[in-house]
Write a protein that binds this ligand. Structure first.
Ligand SMILES: [Zn+2]
Length: 291
């Protein structure tokens, strides 16, 4: 015998109640989407917060992580509202990055132009291997070092502008135009040296054209090539169009002699390419730290 058992039978919702519920859920969803649209979460320990759209502007103090409204955009930087009377700027690419930075460095927020020398029909200098009659072209290795440098700079929070990222022709004036158009903070052109006869030269040279910021950048980068597998020839003045016609801090690095077998043996190794790129990235970071 079943006693004391109360059976509650729930009433099925009628059609109009169901429509009403769906409408309320949809309204809540749209409302929250509208509220959070154009808002981002800023973590001041990982994102540079500046008074203007660029790393050269002064830093803005923000104590803790918070959600803010985006109220504008310029040069790939977002303008954000911190309070009723205060706004600031943050690099947009770091907000959307899938790999947030652990800590800030001076490359975070910087825009760097990398110019892999030559390309397409212009192979640059060549190394001829007499043993197997192979020909190796400068344009191949400037691109490999550039790709490694781009990867390292991006991992540190910089945005990279490449004058070419494939094997194609790009005019010298076009390379300058690309860098000048993108509000770049530094321009680095990558080349390899060569001597009139094979196996005559060796070493790494960092060139500048303009005194001041370009020369300072050249010195910082060149210093990183100390105790390198290829000897460091230091900093030199170089009349190259790409660094002469750019108004921004710009250098040209020749990371060894492509037509000298002892240099080329290293140049073709990905570990050397990575090491050279690391030295350049470190030099740029130190240069930016002093600005
Ligand atoms: Zn070259």
């Amino acid at each position: 015998m079943l006693t004391g058992v109360i059976l509650i039978k729930s009433k099925p919702l009628n059609k109009s109640a169901l429509v009403g519920c769906t409408f309320i859920i949809l309204a809540i969803f749209i409302l929250s989407a509208l509220i959070y649209h154009d808002t981002i979460i800023i973590n001041p320990t990982t994102i540079p917060i500046k008074s203007g759209p660029g790393i050269n502007y002064s830093s803005v103090n923000m104590k803790q992580k918070k959600r803010v409204f985006i109220i504008g955009e310029r040069r790939n930087w977002y303008r954000i509202r911190l309070s009723d009377h205060q706004s600031a700027w943050v690099p947009s690419w770091l907000i959307h990055s899938k790999r947030p930075l652990n800590n800030q460095n001076h490359l975070a927020g910087a825009i760097i132009a990398i110019d892999p020398g030559h390309g397409g029909s212009d192979s640059g200098a060549e190394y001829k291997d007499d043993s197997d009659k192979s020909k190796y072209m400068e344009k191949t290795y400037t691109l490999k070092i550039a790709q490694s440098l781009a990867h390292q700079l991006e991992s540190s929070g910089a945005q990279v502008v490449m004058t070419r990222s494939t094997d194609k022709d790009v005019g010298l004036k076009e390379r300058v135009r690309i860098a000048e158009n993108d509000h770049v903070d530094c321009f680095v052109s990558l080349h390899l040296n060569s001597s009139p006869t094979q196996n005559e030269g060796s070493g790494i040279t960092t060139y500048y054209y303009h005194r001041g910021p370009s020369k300072q950048l050249a010195k910082k980068v060149s210093h990183q090539f100390k105790n390198f597998p290829i000897s460091n020839r230091g900093v030199e003045f170089g009349d190259f169009l790409v660094i002469r016609d750019t108004k921004l801090p710009s250098i040209l690095c020749e990371t060894g002699y492509v037509n000298t077998s002892k240099d080329f043996k290293l140049i073709r190794q990905s570990s050397f390419q990575k090491k050279a790129a690391h030295a350049i990235a470190k030099g740029i970071n130190l240069y930016l730290a002093n600005q």
